[in-house]
Ligand binder design. Structure first.
Ligand SMILES: C[S@@+](CC[C@H](N)C(=O)[O-])C[C@H]1O[C@@H](n2cnc3c(N)ncnc32)[C@H](O)[C@@H]1O
Length: 239
């Protein structure tokens, strides 16, 4: 399996039997599933070198659908994500609305990311920006257009070590509008790659940086995340 920011994950293209469950939107997703799945397969085919398989890649269909509906429900059109990989979450955000503009920060500037970027530019011309480099350097250095009043939504899914996630949350907040939506991936402290994101998120809540909105476990909102599920993320609002 591939290693993305210390994360080894299998691709899961299944949707929970219960469908996506969120307090923030209603799941009207059945008709979107095949389109999003097909886009994920297309970008994977474009980006990936053999012998990797789709199973080596991160993000699953239910998370991509969740992110798309979340961005739509929150009316987010200026979106930043830290951790592009081969662009599944970028596709989620770009599919959320024709008005969505996405800025991604990614440390790896190798063929998979570059090929995925070409795919995204061909499908969503002029709507995606990719900034290469270590997000702890590139996010603070990022110059937003003078007309921009900040990002509406940020997705933190880059390096998974605690100091990096802590810095990513703080740096993203400086680029976000007050009240912007924040999603932190990998709230799975029973895996080593989940310890940093979970600790950084808990501190952001304790420090009143973020108001939590919901926790999501395998695309179903839950009052408390319990292990050992594979995927969980937290959604909140910057204060
Ligand atoms: C879990 S993957 C992102 C998956 C992507 N968000 C998606 O949903 O398809 C994590 C990505 O973060 C990138 N990454 C790791 N450390 C980073 C850093 N310090 N700055 C920017 N990107 C980083 C990795 O190269 C990897 O592509």
């Amino acid at each position: 399996m591939a290693d993305f920011g210390g994360q080894h994950c299998a691709m899961d293209m299944s949707i929970p039997a219960a469908g996506l469950k969120s307090a923030l939107f209603s799941d009207s997703g059945v008709s979107d599933q095949s389109r999003i799945r097909s886009l994920m397969e297309d970008v994977f085919r474009r980006a990936e070198d053999p012998p990797n398989t789709l199973d080596d890649r991160v993000s699953n269909l239910s998370q991509v659908l969740y992110l798309m509906y979340l961005a739509r429900a929150r009316k987010a059109t200026r979106i930043a994500e830290i951790g592009f990989s081969i662009g599944f979450s970028s596709i989620a955000f770009l599919e959320s609305s024709p008005a969505a503009q996405v800025t991604s920060f990614e440390i790896h500037d190798e063929t998979p990311a570059k090929s995925a970027k070409e795919f995204i530019d061909s499908r969503y011309p002029g709507r995606h920006q990719l900034v290469y480099g270590d997000s702890t350097q590139t996010v603070p250095a990022f110059q937003a257009p003078p007309t921009s009043d900040g990002f509406d939504l940020v997705f933190i899914d880059g390096a998974h070590e605690y100091p990096s996630v802590k810095a990513d949350i703080a740096n993203a907040r400086r680029l976000a509008k007050p009240g912007a939506t924040i999603v932190v991936n990998s709230m799975t402290p029973w895996f080593k790659w989940g310890i940093g994101p979970t600790t950084a998120w808990d501190e952001a809540v304790q420090d009143d940086v973020v108001t939590p909105l919901e926790h999501v476990s395998n695309a179903v909102a839950v009052s408390r995340i319990r292990g050992p599920i594979a995927r969980a993320w937290a959604v909140g609002q910057f204060r």
